[in-house]
Design a protein around this ligand. Structure first.
Ligand code: FA5
Ligand code: MG
Length: 357
């Protein structure tokens, strides 16, 4: 597989924003709050978001043919480097750097990049906190991890949140190639009068092969990675993940360093939608549609892409997607929306070979 640069300008533009260091931004406020809880871990921040394919995937046992490696899922700089898709990509370089001293007790934070779905809780750039901690002999690594995570959630939310541990022994989809005894934590909370369930973090015991690779074969360590936006949306009551990137003063001026306050909604700019219907072929995937939309949507106007209708006709499957448009920073221009929609339609035919209806 030859990987070429597939990083559009709209994404490149995000790589020097370092929101997690802007002290009155919700991302940074929450990061500080999380860091504060882990007093025993060394804090490490690496601003350069480019990492080697080896550290992002190979060393973490991500199979060579795993879908997350595709050009439609990951931003490649070239055939050696990617925009980090998770903050776990430092496990090997940091863990290995102190060979002999096994200093694997750290917490890190940074912006990560994925060609993901487009909706109110997914964004191609988001922030993760990742932590690793070697436990002393005799300590139950699983129990220690669960205690720490419960403690963290209490530290952030107090008792006002209900959360669940989803264990890999009970849920097949809870899986990370770099951990065993993996688990996820999800939370139930109310937003806009609606009860919502949101995945907050993934965690587990670092895989024995990786410990061996680090020269720590006789040790055990736990690790976890959480999405800051997800927690921040609940904590600050922020309804749309794109707001974290707005330049609107009505958003930015609401928050103060070190303080957790509820977001006061202000009137949104109006939205509009355009539907697109087509007969699928076997190649088509929703992710490819999102990837195309993201490419053509240079100014982040696409708010969501939702499947609204599907039917079978003479052995062919037809789907209809609704593309919702809204700008966070200005009034939509019809001509701009039309231009994006037209470009998406064209690329659906040219690249994905679907039959438009
Ligand atoms: C990971 O990225 C693992 N590296 C986490 C991990 C670390 C597991 C160490 C075990 C040990 P996952 O892809 O599930 O896992 O992402 C972690 C969290 O990031 C999710 O729980 C979610 O809160 C957040 N997240 C994932 N995708 C997005 C997205 N597109 N937008 C916003 N937040 C996201
Ligand atoms: Mg996940």
């Amino acid at each position: 597989m030859i990987y070429k640069n597939n990083i559009p300008p709209s994404i490149l533009d995000k790589t020097n924003k370092v929101l997690y260091k802007v002290s009155n931004h919700p991302i940074c406020i929450l990061k500080e709050k999380i860091f504060e809880y882990f007093t025993d871990l060394v804090k490490i921040e690496i601003d350069n978001p480019y990492v080697s394919i080896e550290n992002n995937f190979d060393r973490l046992r991500v199979p060579a043919n795993h879908p997350s490696r595709r050009m439609t899922d990951t931003f490649y700089k070239n055939d050696k480097e990617v925009l980090r898709t998770h903050m776990t990509s430092y496990l090997y370089p940091i863990g290995k750097s102190n060979t002999g001293k096994s200093q694997l007790k750290y917490i890190t934070c940074g912006d990560v990049y994925r060609k993901d779905a487009i909706d109110a809780t997914h964004y191609p750039v988001f922030h993760q906190v990742d932590a690793f901690c070697i436990v002393p002999e005799g300590v139950d690594v699983k129990q220690d991890l669960r205690n720490r995570l419960s403690g963290l959630i209490k530290h952030i939310f107090g008792d006002s949140i209900s959360y669940q541990f989803l264990e890999d022994s009970e849920h097949d989809d809870v899986y990370f190639p770099f951990t065993v005894d993996s688990l996820e934590v999800s939370a139930t909370f109310k937003m806009d009068e609606e009860e919502k369930q949101l995945e907050l973090l993934g965690a587990g015991t670092v895989h024995p092969d990786i410990m061996k690779d680090l020269g720590l074969a006789n040790h055990q360590a736990w690790a976890f990675g959480l999405g800051i936006e997800r927690l921040a949306m609940v904590l600050f009551n922020i309804p749309d993940i794109r707001l974290f990137w707005t330049q609107d003063k009505r958003f930015l001026n609401q928050f103060k360093a070190g303080e957790i306050t509820k977001f006061q909604p202000y009137s949104k700019y109006e939205s509009c939608y355009k539907d697109i219907s087509f007969y699928l072929n076997s190649q088509f995937s929703y992710n490819d549609l999102c990837a195309i939309a993201r490419d053509e949507d240079k100014n982040n106007l696409v708010e969501s892409i939702i499947l609204i209708d599907e039917f079978d006709n003479k052995g062919k499957t037809s789907q209809c997607y609704r593309i919702n448009y809204r700008s966070m920073d200005s009034t939509l221009k019809n001509s701009e929306v039309d231009k994006i929609q037209k470009a998406i339609r064209k690329r659906l035919v040219d690249d994905l070979k679907v039959e438009l209806r």
